[in-house]
Design a protein around this ligand. Structure first.
Ligand code: SAM
Length: 566
């Protein structure tokens, strides 16, 4: 007996999993085939490894060979070998031939465990023959199989599309939840009420992270998705009070989803079979709950097919103070509202946050806009999409980021907006031709999380200085401030401040307006700010070195300045 024989199947699999297709095929598969029946049982890990490795890196020809081998193993006298082959087959594209093999095995086997595995494999690869078999005999016992196979067939034969431009039927009294980062609710609400949204919806109430709206007139899904400040939107299908008996809760939820009015709504808005993915949002893994609920919905309304893969609809169940809120949303990944994002950077802004910042900026005619930390360009592009921009300036110390921002702008509908992207430290803005007398600075600076910054406090202080220098009177600075510090330059007057959750940490979304010198002097006199954390700091010698701006403000080159404190 070799040492390999003594490994557990899992350990054996882990050893096999790291081998290449070629090594598996030329060394391990023949070794397995030659082994004694007893040794084969302890080496089943190789079957699993073939499924995984060939699916990830096998050529079409290699997958075909592997499929034939696995198909043969379905005839193996050992049930365990057959089971491993069943699990591996769907990974490498098993289809009709294997389906008939599996169905005939189902007729022969008397093992309940094997039947269960067969049903699970057929759920993944089964077609018309499996669907027929679900109406009677052994497969009829597995309540999920028919629904899964029907969803597979629907997906393959009749791809579904959502009708975004169809008027939603029975719109009266329908509630819609717009969800977003906590802290952005007021901006989400403000966007709903903008004249450009034609008074289609009215806000009914706001709770943490949710702005609830209702339609004032017939509307289309496209009207909801014309709004850019929310992260997710859900049509509220109903609310269920959780009950002590879990199956009673599942039953009540199923009745909401399978109700005639929801069926009517889904039929009107869907081209093709209705497939949806169900999730108990923010409630952790609820596999058995999802399974029970989707089975129950299918039993009540077989037109509604649960499909965890590529379903066009999502039904999410959220905990709310009123109970479990059942919400329907088109599954939009990637979000078509931000389809201009051809390329990304690791620290890219959350797109709805960029849209909120632009809304807060209150776009003006002929805006001249600068994003000192433009990254992939979301804030600039969101502003450009609203039109009436005379010039966009984007600076970033990463050349790749400025290139990505340029490409993203080019793929947006605002591609024609005059623009300049420059790879430089934002403190060197004076070297960018034309970058002065700006009407708007909108930016999401590095926050020391994904983008390292030697001294974040100095970076934010320098941003205030750059804003005071480059904004014209009345110009606005809108940015996500990671620190509780304020400008030392009193010409920047705080106009808005809101704490926003950025997913595990928070920042302050702030807006400043540049005042005329007289106004800023009186503002300085009036200013009594016990919370100001910004302290005056003398400038060190080397910071007075380079450009006139550097001399004026003491800016270091690419690194933030390390100033000595007195
Ligand atoms: C949070 S990201 C900006 C994300 C951006 N809004 C987007 O849509 O992708 C911060 C960016 O600041 C840049 N950066 C960091 N320090 C800088 C500096 N001193 N001058 C200019 N850019 C800087 C980083 O390269 C990074 O791309």
């Amino acid at each position: 007996m070799t040492s390999k024989d003594r490994l557990s199947p899992k350990e054996h699999y882990q050893q096999m999993r790291v081998l290449s297709c070629e090594r598996l095929w030329t060394d391990e598969v023949p070794k397995f085939d030659r082994a004694s029946p007893q040794a084969r049982i302890s080496q089943v890990g190789v079957i699993r490894a073939v499924g995984v490795v060939f699916s990830e890196s096998g050529s079409t020809e290699q997958k075909q060979q592997a499929r034939q081998w696995l198909q043969q193993l379905l005839q193996d006298p050992a049930e365990k070998v057959r089971r491993y082959a069943m699990v591996a087959l769907p990974k490498i594209g098993a289809a009709e031939k294997e389906e008939s093999e599996l169905l005939s095995l189902l007729k022969k086997t008397s093992s309940d465990r094997e039947k269960k595995f067969l049903a699970q494999t057929l759920e993944k690869i089964g077609g018309a023959a499996t669907l027929e078999a679900t109406s009677s005999g052994d497969l009829a016992r597995f309540d999920r199989t028919a629904q899964k196979v029907e969803a597979n067939l629907a997906r393959q034969q009749n791809p579904t599309a959502i009708r975004f431009d169809q008027i939603c039927p029975d719109f009266k009294g329908l509630r819609i939840h717009l969800r977003g980062r906590s802290g952005l609710e007021s901006l989400i609400e403000q966007e709903v009420q903008l004249p450009r949204n034609n008074a289609t919806f009215r806000v009914t109430h706001r709770i943490r992270s949710i702005v609830a709206i209702e339609p004032l007139r017939p509307f289309r899904l496209a009207d909801i998705h014309a709004l850019r400040c929310f992260s997710d939107a859900g049509l509220v299908l109903g609310t269920v009070k959780p009950q002590e008996d879990e199956s009673a809760t599942i039953d009540a939820l199923a009745k909401v989803i399978a109700s005639p009015s929801v069926s009517h709504l889904l039929t009107a808005l869907t081209d093709g079979p209705i497939r949806y993915r169900l999730e108990f949002a923010s409630m952790g893994h609820q596999r058995s709950g999802v399974r029970q609920l989707t089975n129950r919905v299918y039993a009540l309304n077989p037109k509604l097919l649960n499909d965890s893969r590529h379903a066009p609809w999502e039904i999410n169940i959220y905990h709310t103070p009123q109970g479990l809120s059942v919400e329907l949303s088109p599954k939009l990944r990637p979000d078509p509202r931000f389809a201009y994002r051809q390329r990304d950077i690791p620290a890219a802004s959350h797109p709805p946050l960029a849209a909120c910042m632009v809304l807060l900026a209150d776009p003006e005619k002929n805006d001249t806009v600068w994003d000192p930390f433009c990254g992939s360009g979301l804030e600039l592009i969101e502003r450009a999409l609203l039109g009436q921009v005379s010039h966009l300036y984007g600076t970033d110390r990463s050349r790749e980021a400025t290139e990505i921002a340029r490409q993203n702008l080019a793929s947006s509908s605002a591609a024609a907006t005059p623009h300049t992207f420059a790879c430089c430290d934002f403190r060197d803005h004076a070297q960018v031709a034309g970058l002065s007398r700006l009407s708007l600075i909108v930016t999401n600076p590095p926050m020391c999380r994904r983008v390292p910054v030697a001294n974040l406090k100095h970076l934010i202080e320098d941003l205030f200085i750059a804003a005071a220098d480059t904004l014209k009177i009345g110009g606005r600075l809108v940015f996500a401030n990671p620190l509780p510090i304020k400008p030392r330059d009193h010409s920047l007057k705080l106009a808005f401040r809101q704490k926003v959750d950025l997913g595990g940490f928070h920042c302050y979304l702030e807006k400043y307006v540049k005042l005329a010198p007289d106004a800023s002097r009186s503002s300085t006199r009036d200013r009594k700010d016990p919370h100001s954390h910004a302290k005056d700091a003398p400038l060190s010698k080397e910071l007075r070195a380079a450009s006139p701006l550097r001399k004026k403000h003491g800016w270091d080159n690419m690194k933030p300045p390390h100033r000595k404190r007195s």
